[in-house]
Design a protein around this ligand. Structure first.
Ligand SMILES: NC(=O)c1ccc[n+]([C@@H]2O[C@H](COP(=O)([O-])OP(=O)(O)OC[C@H]3O[C@@H](n4cnc5c(N)ncnc54)[C@H](OP(=O)(O)O)[C@@H]3O)[C@@H](O)[C@H]2O)c1
Length: 318
């Protein structure tokens, strides 16, 4: 049987790289679109065996070029997302609302079997966050444009190549104290990246068309608990200090002046809301793909490089 072709946008990111490996190992060919093949070509290419992967450089608004790719595709997956806005076209509206709308329109026009779009958990509640508003608007447009769509809303996604646990372990290593926003009480249900890509593969292979699916890991952890687990894993003691909101806002205002901000005002607003199952939509548990991997056990596998002595650190964290 001819292998299906999956057109992936944002395949060079954490979820994308993992997904390319998962799909191509299961006899699905992928065409991965990147903005810069010189910079990302190697990392994308090495995720799959030759013959299973094509890489195309394209501006995501080059509709003529993108149309050509849709002609050969059976499935389209959109993994493009940003955490903060940058100058020129890199706005939440462009990336999270207009671009996914275009992809869903093209999926319909070219009769694709399925459009799978990565959104985010908790966006209904976070009404004062521009990130959440743009993701929600994107979802509405997609669902209007193409019925054979599945939207996934994951909680925080972690793995050895994330920008979450790795960045926090670096910061916890370097800083003597660490700020707790909203007293560190915000709840998350972190999901391991490979559990999330198992869900995507399951949706493709079983042709599940469930509109919106919330994707969560097996446990609920507060922000403070996450930091405490990371500290224990890297054998560090740090003061976790609740930050008054005005001070948090001031620091976000300062951080967002940098090209890769540690925190923006919009992220601070988003952090106010628990990132857990809403109960309003199906979850990965209900569609039959519960998450198997626990946060502490998984991070334990790669955290040692942040411990004193790196690979030579002998003290096993409990
Ligand atoms: N990671 C999480 O914890 C998490 C949680 C909830 C939802 N999500 C959603 O899941 C999706 C994938 O997440 P991820 O963590 O794998 O993403 P990522 O690593 O941050 O980025 C995915 C890819 O998007 C492309 N991209 C980034 N900025 C862009 C821009 N301004 N214009 C065009 N393309 C751009 C990049 O591809 P090229 O550089 O190759 O062009 C990048 O590799 C996103 O939609 C994200 O919002 C992620």
């Amino acid at each position: 049987m001819k292998a299906k072709n999956c057109l992936i946008f944002g395949g060079s990111g954490q979820i994308g790289r993992n997904l390319i490996r998962k799909l191509t190992r299961n006899n699905i060919t992928v065409t991965v679109v990147t903005r810069n093949i010189h910079q990302k070509g190697l990392v994308i290419k090495t995720q799959a065996n030759a013959g299973y992967i094509d890489i195309v450089e394209a501006n995501i608004y080059d509709e003529i070029k993108i149309r050509e790719l849709f002609k050969k595709a059976d499935i389209c997956i959109n993994l493009i997302g940003i955490l903060y806005e940058k100058k020129k076209g890199n706005t939440f509206k462009n990336i999270h609302t207009l671009f996914p709308s275009l992809l869903s329109k093209l999926s319909k026009e070219y009769n694709l079997e399925h459009f799978i779009h990565l959104s985010a958990l908790g966006i209904n509640e976070a009404k004062d966050s521009s990130y959440a508003i743009s993701k929600l608007e994107g979802e509405k447009n997609i669902l209007n444009n193409f019925t054979q769509t599945t939207i996934l809303r994951p909680s925080i996604v972690y793995s050895s190549s994330d920008n979450f646990t790795t960045q926090f372990m670096t910061l916890l290593n370097r800083l003597p104290t660490f700020p707790l926003y909203y007293s560190g009480n915000t709840k998350f249900m972190p999901i391991h990246c490979s559990d999330l890509t198992d869900i995507i593969y399951y949706i493709i292979s079983k042709n599940i068309n469930s509109k919106i699916i919330e994707c969560v890991g097996p446990e609920t952890l507060t922000f403070k608990e996450i930091l405490q687990i990371l500290l224990k894993l890297i054998n560090k003691k740090r003061l976790l200090i609740p930050f008054p909101l005005p001070l948090a806002r001031l620091s976000a205002k300062f951080f967002q002046l940098f090209p890769k901000p540690l925190l923006t005002e919009d992220q601070l607003r988003l952090l106010k809301y628990d990132n857990v199952l809403s109960g309003k939509y199906k979850s990965n548990n209900e569609i039959g793909v519960p998450s198997k991997l626990f946060f502490k056990e998984e991070v334990k596998k790669y955290c040692y490089m942040w411990r004193e002595g790196g690979q030579f650190s002998t003290n096993e964290p409990s």
